[in-house]
Write a protein that binds this ligand. Structure first.
Ligand SMILES: [Zn+2]
Length: 333
């Protein structure tokens, strides 16, 4: 599979338009920093060679993204900005955070946490292995926090990866950035007045996705198994699939109620109706692409069919356009 093909229809102009949404508060996903940097994902690389720029450039792009704060309850706060969405639990036992933003935003992130109160940072949870959710792991561990994640987050972060679609190379993370406590199916803790339930979502966006449910205040963080209001990226290289995304979203719909505050990995705060709309869009997209695959259409033929032109006005304004999303769905079916 040539992941470079997925970038085929994404022009630099289109990517830059997506980047403009940064100012609106939602952080452009980790998904296409290679293209943002003007790199050429189609070019083959020699084995072992690292893409130019890559992670350093991607980090630099997030450095100036402001951190915005949304109060979810007395104890819970949503932070959006330089990386995937973060939730902070702040209570009498100390603080717990879900996800850690990107490295060059650490000083601002720390100040934002300090401004919420003096309680120490005791726990940090990685929603999945991707760098825009885990990049400050070492810093939060240095603060004294215990880092919790799914076993596959530890596994993936301990490996090297070449995600060609992103044009990013990842070396194994240093030991001090790795999760210290892992689980395979579920993990629960009572902390700072909350009951926090963590559960595995079978391979969906990656094979390391978990949900984090703050049960007392009815807030759910869904990792990147939910992109609110936009087409999503799916990481085929570490186990993601469109079927898994649909299964994960459906599992969460069955677990929550109409009052649940649903935090996506990227995009604004949502609710059950938003998640249902996203799931239904995924089902529609999968069924349309499957039909063409069944008819033995090639990837390029599927893209040329403009399967999502009716969906694009609603879902194609984040950072993936319909053509690119067609490629993501086709290659993960
Ligand atoms: Zn991700």
């Amino acid at each position: 599979m040539d992941f470079g093909n997925i970038m085929g229809s994404v022009t630099r102009r289109e990517i830059l338009r997506g980047a403009g949404a940064l100012a609106g508060g939602w952080a452009l996903s980790h998904c296409f920093p290679g293209a943002l940097a003007g790199a050429a994902p189609r070019l083959p690389r020699q084995a072992g060679a690292k893409p130019a720029g890559g992670l350093a450039e991607a980090r630099a792009r997030f450095a100036g993204v402001p951190i915005e704060s949304v109060k979810l309850s007395d104890k819970l706060t949503l932070l959006t900005g330089p990386g995937g969405n973060v939730v902070v639990l702040n209570g009498p036992d100390g603080k717990l955070i879900v996800d850690t933003f990107t490295q060059l935003a650490w000083d601002r992130f720390k100040k934002t946490l300090d401004d919420l109160g003096n309680a120490p940072l005791k726990f940090a949870i990685d929603s999945h292995w991707h760098w825009d959710h885990t990049d400050n792991n070492a810093s939060v561990r240095a603060e004294g926090a215990t880092l919790i994640a799914h076993a596959n987050t530890l596994k993936r972060m301990s490996e090297s990866h070449d995600l060609d679609i992103l044009n990013l190379h990842f070396d194994p993370s240093p030991e001090n950035a790795l999760p210290q406590r892992t689980f395979k199916e579920s993990f629960q803790l009572n902390f700072s007045g909350e009951h926090v339930a963590l559960g595995y979502l079978a391979p969906a966006h990656t094979d390391s996705d978990i949900y984090i449910h703050f049960q007392k205040d009815n807030v759910l963080h869904m990792a990147d198994v939910f992109f609110n209001g936009m087409y999503c990226y799916i990481d085929r290289e570490t186990g993601g699939s469109i079927h898994g995304m649909i299964a994960g979203a459906s599992k969460m719909l069955a677990m929550i109620d109409k009052n649940t505050k649903v935090v996506p990995g990227h995009g604004p705060l949502g609710n059950k109706a938003d998640l249902r709309n996203f799931r239904d869009m995924l089902v529609l997209a999968r069924d349309r692409v499957q039909k063409l695959k069944d008819a033995k259409k090639t990837l390029d033929e599927a893209v040329a069919a403009k399967l999502f032109s009716d969906l694009d006005p609603v879902w194609g304004n984040g950072f993936l356009k319909g053509d690119t999303f067609t490629r993501v769905v086709y290659t993960t079916l």
